[in-house]
Design a protein around this ligand. Sequence first.
Ligand code: PLP
Length: 381
Amino acid sequence: MSYIYLDDAATTRVDERVKEVMNKFLSDKFGNPSSPHKKGKEVKKHLKKARKETANLINAHRDEIIFTSGGTESDNLAIKGAIRENEGNHLITTKIEHPAVYETCKFLEKNGYEVTFLDVDEDGFVNVDEFQSAIKEDTVLASIMYANNEIGTIEPIKEIGEIANDNDIILHTDAVQAIGKVPIDVKNENIDLLSLSGHKFHGPKGVGALYASSEINIQPIIHGGGHEDGLRSGTENIPGIMGLKKACEIAQKEMKNDIEKMEKYRDELIGEILDKTEKSYLNGPKEDRLPNNANFTFEGVDGDALVLQLDSHGIASSTGSACSTKEVKPSRVLLSLGLNEEQAFSSLRLTLSKFTEEKEIEKTTEIVPEVVSSLRGMMSS
Ligand SMILES: Cc1ncc(COP(=O)(O)O)c(C=O)c1O
């Protein structure tokens, strides 16, 4: 069997149909959509269609889509752009956000904003009542992720959206991990701003989008020639945008079946591994969990060593620990669930995709327990 890729939360394989579309815009259709001639006009037409197709996936209007360089930029534009334009000095977010949101909020805190970082429960859920209680007179924005990238928890965004709406607070959600794995309707869920990224759902890297409701105003964070309705200057990454559009179109048509398949494999993976491995636990919830996410703690096993061993056995996985400035820290997300440092360092994340096959799941459920047990043997000898 060839190499088994179970790190789809990090990035996904580009769908062949996406590649095909992109190729056209890397060769024949190379024009700049701002050019007044035929070559430019042809691409401009496609850009307009791409905006519509991307908007459709989340029930937005095409004028509410701003193309960006990915999830990180969308998160920065949403948060910084909204607070510059709207009054209020207080923001609400959570302790388990991706760094693209978490570090942005920390930066704003250092620069005079007040930020409430909400706790989560032992499965990673935000408490809706705590969210309501955190709201102050001058709360301008809440940024609550749609689904967590490490433990797969799907947050109660619809309920949070209702509260935000009732209190005139702008709601941003980082849906980078949820897109293509959870049906999302921004209107029905009262979402004002939503970030998505191409490479997490079989589109290309370096391209994403921000949905910004027509009912709110934001300011740009990148200034220049006034592209994207003045909200994101810079010549559009047309091949990337066309690839993103195709990924959205495919997700909309095929998501239902893909979700069912991923859920089945995820449950097999979790059930078998926990059954076969002593002193192992699932991190994150059993319900309201991304269909492609499994995250374990194996007591007494170093997560980094486990990832390396699995790699040598032909399986790509990841730990919850984050390397920053050469210092290895335990995962902030796992600590927020109440795990201690040792437990957090003993974690393993396996994330699958629509391309994952049954035989890969079977192989993984054999290999992981064996490698865990051999690492434990090495530790005790
Ligand atoms: C939840 C979440 N938000 C934001 C990002 C950043 O997205 P990008 O890699 O497109 O900048 C990621 C990527 O891992 C993510 O998982």
